[in-house]
Design a binder for this molecule. Structure first.
Ligand SMILES: Cc1cc2nc3c(=O)[nH]c(=O)nc-3n(C[C@H](O)[C@H](O)[C@H](O)COP(=O)(O)OP(=O)(O)OC[C@H]3O[C@@H](n4cnc5c(N)ncnc54)[C@H](O)[C@@H]3O)c2cc1C
Length: 451
């Protein structure tokens, strides 16, 4: 029988970190691949703004490479990209003073070890809030940990699985991620996404942008995906022997991509994983006033002249409690970050009110009158990931009792449907590293069937 020229080997749904990493490995292994991407660009939740008036690339999505052993760093190095190591300087901002927070990551690490102990005693998963509310956690630590859980994991403490964090301390890579160094790609995270895309074998791969997958009809060894354009006009149905689904968890949960026949086991897996929300805002000022010696001297009376520049600031109680500068690169840019409950409240506001409330929070953190901040502000940028139909949230975390859910979501179906994306990587859930590893894992699974 003549080979169906239209039917490729693999349809990859989504051109984020997971989809691109998978498509690269699959095309290099000799398979014919079509990548279907709803947006007019690749990269998904890696979204870098290159504003000619900004001295640095502005990251509206993923920004940090956590931990020297994660998948992202070696890949960025293989891509020949400049990678900056960030100063691990965290300060507590309160009442106009900045106090060094020695052992910021150890704080979280200690919590994870406590969680592991309680888990061993209990023998069953429980929400992290139970630990945070317990009398044995000192009050001063409790607020910071609550902010950390909501900020770093974008998680509601009463839904976040204690087991998912306790496992981290025992596991190798995750321990590195929490305790290890942090990096940023100097030219912006999109440079890595572009490198992945440029590395696809052009003879065997097609990337269809502005193509929204609506439904996946499948039987063993045959898949057809109905698509529409960004103008909603229907596009020709695409066919392949297999499909690799990398669209975000929240897109799957919303049923925005339908499966026929339906996948009840996947529905159960989806229920075990939660979508975290984040509000991130990048503010560009006329000058980096926080670098001035008199500014620092007033706020760090103990530090003398050798305190170094500001890197990460944490202010428990502020509506946007975490802020960072672009160090080691000096620039007039500050980024504010908050997750979970407070993020959801901010995202419920209109954008001007989000900016206004961010300035109020920053004014509290830096002890600078809000009006002065407003006068100094040149521009701001933010992306609403919750309202974005192709993300519907920031990143995933494991819900109470859901520790097996990422593995269940990742499990291939009848050698025909394969799954990747950050939510399928239990150990590195919620990260670019997790997305990349999951894409490569899924590519190996496809190759075992098709090669
Ligand atoms: C504000 C924010 C900050 C973050 N900070 C960090 C950080 O510092 N470090 C870190 O490691 N991670 C961070 N993350 C998480 C990181 O961005 C993600 O974990 C990672 O990028 C997910 O990659 P992915 O390939 O799994 O999903 P995505 O990047 O979301 O890729 C999925 C793709 O599927 C496409 N798609 C969706 N629906 C359809 C459809 N119907 N048809 C076709 N295509 C579709 C989407 O457009 C997207 O391109 C952050 C995320 C956010 C939002």
């Amino acid at each position: 029988m003549p080979r169906d020229r239209k039917r490729v080997d693999v349809l990859v749904l989504g051109a984020g970190a997971a989809g691109l990493a998978a498509a690269r490995d699959l095309s290099h292994a000799g398979l014919r691949v079509t990548v279907i991407e709803a947006r007019p660009r690749v990269g998904g939740r890696v979204l870098t703004l290159h504003d000619p008036r900004a001295p640095i690339p502005l990251e509206l999505g993923a920004e940090f490479i956590h931990g020297a052993s994660a998948a992202t760093l070696p890949l960025a190095q293989a891509a020949g990209l400049a990678v900056l190591e960030l100063p691990d300087t965290h300060e507590l901002a309160a009442a106009g003073r900045l106090t060094p927070m020695g052992g910021f990551w150890e704080l979280a690490d200690r919590m994870n070890r406590d969680l592991a102990r309680r888990l061993a005693a209990r023998g069953k998963d429980f929400p992290v809030s139970e630990y945070l509310d317990s009398a044995r956690v000192p009050a001063a630590r409790r607020g910071l940990l609550r902010d950390f859980v909501q900020g770093f994991y974008a998680a509601h403490p009463d839904r976040l699985s204690a087991q998912s964090l306790a496992v981290e301390t025992e596991g190798g890579d995750e321990a590195d991620e929490v305790q290890g160094k942090q990096f940023r790609i100097a030219n912006g995270g999109d440079a890595l996404m572009k490198w992945l895309r440029d590395g696809l074998d052009p003879d065997r791969t097609q990337v269809r942008l502005s193509t929204v997958a609506e439904s996946v009809e499948w039987k063993r060894g045959a898949v057809s995906v109905a698509c529409r354009g960004s103008d909603r006009a229907p596009l020709p149905t695409l066919r392949a022997r297999t499909a690799l689904i990398t669209v975000p968890l929240a897109v799957l949960k919303a049923g925005a991509v339908r499966f026929d026949p339906a996948l009840p086991a996947k529905q159960r897996a989806l229920a075990g994983i939660e979508t975290g929300q984040v509000f991130k805002i990048v503010l560009r000022f006329r000058e980096a006033f926080w670098e001035k010696p008199e500014f620092l001297k007033e706020r760090r009376p103990q530090a003398g002249s050798n305190g170094g520049g500001l890197a990460f600031l944490h202010a428990h109680g502020a509506e946007v409690p975490t802020w960072w500068t672009s160090l080691p690169v000096r620039s007039p840019v500050l980024t504010g970050y908050v997750g979970a409950v407070a993020a959801e409240q901010l995202l419920a506001e209109e954008p001007p009110s989000r900016l206004e409330r961010s300035l109020v929070a920053l004014s509290e953190v830096l002890a600078v009158p809000r009006r002065d901040l407003e006068q100094q502000l040149d521009a701001s940028a933010s992306h609403d990931w919750r309202a974005d139909p192709f993300a519907r949230g920031a990143y995933s975390y494991i819900g109470v009792g859901g520790n097996n859910a990422p593995r269940a979501l990742a499990r291939p179906v009848e050698g025909t449907l394969f799954f990747a994306g950050e939510a399928t990587d239990g150990a590195q859930i919620g990260t670019v590293a997790g997305a990349l590893s999951s894409g490569r894992r899924a590519a190996r699974e496809v190759l075992r069937v098709l090669k």
